[in-house]
Design a protein around this ligand. Structure first.
Ligand code: KE4
Length: 430
């Protein structure tokens, strides 16, 4: 069935940690070896053994147009024929910056980097440099990449100082991070009561996609905007997933909240390695070389990555697919939820725009604690059944299902049919 993938994985595990270049790809939480992917086109992805799948991972978000979009491929080829990197300023970086500034009004200035991790790490350093403060607030279940200050778990009590979330993160770095429950305005107020004048920033996924999808409570976001403003702390929206996915202006456009800084990634690279951070000019002005907060990168603004990202943004501006993506995603998740109900399996759906998540719990999911009530064993069986049926989902219950412009109604119908069979078979085994 997947012999080539199996032998590649055996080879890979000997020379790449876990056989993968990013842990979640190994599929440990779904108890099976990962298919090795050989190619992709539109919404379809093909593994090394020639098996085809409808792809809902979308490279973890970037592929909102679908894979190998001809205009993106052509832009990358044209750019590559002029050289792959110069390490010098280029016109296309200015064009990319103009596009972001035009599409996201809260961004007055923007700096390109090479990943979402670099974007959030740099934004936090900037917030600390700008305010002269060290503490940061993040939220349980929000993932912002693997910088030390962000690999921190919540302290023992509410609004207490963080503890290292991974070996190698020094305790005295973790202690500057306070991790709070998402959608809990009171916890934020308590933390500011206790540490207010020491807090440089609050960073959050405006719509989390790393504990599955969680819908932010309006008063929670409004509370954070208010309290950061009154305490002189910087509000950072991590829109690495939601940027240019939920709307041209991202989550902040549909939520109506204006952050001080925003982090981007994924879609703005069109599948090539890109991240960015930007926001208020008075804050961004503190970044080297004009300012004294240092951040740099050999391949930042790489011309190929800019070409792929710009082609993607231009197509999103031209096609404005957001209502259609929302409708397709609604059809998919209404079908999945019905399939679970018909099979008698407790399930709840969180969905917004073209991102959604089916949790195997009957409780509503509003934060990480409630997300973790999702039955991991049912998810593991569901993942395996769907893969065998030709549906490629993220191999973790705490990720997001992404729709792209390339997903057709037919594919969505097929996916729901796969889920009906899968969930009926699982229900019989429970
Ligand atoms: P990268 O460094 O992986 O480009 O971006 C980190 C990051 C920052 N912020 C958010 C909201 C993110 O979702 C991410 C990365 N997302 C994960 C999966 N949701 C990437 C997949 C992986 O780690 O392999």
């Amino acid at each position: 069935m997947r012999e080539k993938s199996k032998s590649l994985f055996e080879k890979a595990r000997k020379i790449i940690p876990g056989g993968v270049n990013s842990p979640v790809r190994a599929g440990k939480s779904v108890g099976m070896d990962p298919p090795f992917i050989a190619s992709a086109k539109g919404a379809m992805i093909q593994d090394a053994d020639g098996n085809e799948y409808i792809d809902y991972v979308a490279s973890w978000g970037p592929m909102i147009l679908g894979h190998a979009h001809p205009e993106v491929v052509a832009a990358v080829i044209e750019s590559a024929n002029k050289g792959t990197s110069y390490g010098a300023p280029t016109e296309i970086e200015v064009t990319m910056a103009e596009a972001i500034v035009q599409m996201v009004p809260s961004v007055e200035m923007v700096r390109m980097v090479n990943s979402g991790t670099e974007a959030t790490m740099s934004a936090i350093r900037l917030a600390r440099g700008f305010t002269g403060r060290d503490k940061i607030i993040k939220f349980d279940g929000c993932y912002h990449g693997h910088a030390d200050s962000l690999l921190v778990s919540a302290g023992s009590g509410l609004a207490t100082l963080g503890i290292p979330g991974s070996p190698g993160v020094p305790a005295d770095i973790a202690t500057h991070t306070i991790s709070l429950p998402y959608n809990n305005r009171e916890a934020v107020e308590k933390a500011f009561e206790r540490f207010g004048s020491e807090i440089a920033c609050v960073i959050l996924e405006a719509v989390p996609g790393n504990m599955g999808v969680v819908i932010p409570d309006k008063s929670f976001l409004e509370g954070i905007r208010e309290i950061t403003g009154s305490h002189g702390a910087i509000l950072i929206f991590d829109e690495v997933i939601t940027g240019f996915r939920l709307a041209l202006g991202g989550a902040q456009e549909i939520l109506g909240i204006t952050p001080d800084l925003t982090c981007f990634g994924k879609i703005i690279g069109g599948g090539l390695p890109v991240g960015a951070y930007g926001g208020r000019a008075d804050i961004m002005g503190r970044i080297a070389p004009d300012g004294d907060v240092y951040q740099a990168g050999t391949l930042s603004g790489n011309p190929l990555a800019m070409a792929a990202g710009l082609a993607t943004l231009n197509i999103l501006k031209r096609e404005n697919p957001f209502d259609d993506l929302d409708r397709k995603c609604e059809t998919l998740f209404a079908g999945l939820e019905k399939a679970a109900q018909n099979a008698g399996i407790p399930a709840t759906v969180n969905r917004i725009g073209s991102m959604g998540c089916l949790f195997f719990t009957q409780d509503t999911v509003t934060d990480f604690a409630s997300a973790r009530k999702s039955d991991a064993n049912i998810f593991r069986q569901y993942f395996q059944e769907m893969l065998e049926c030709g549906v490629y989902l993220a191999p973790s219950p705490f990720e997001t299902t992404f729709l792209s412009m390339a997903h057709t109604e037919e594919m969505i119908k097929e996916t729901v049919q796969c889920a009906e069979g899968a969930l009926e078979r699982i229900a019989r085994k429970i």
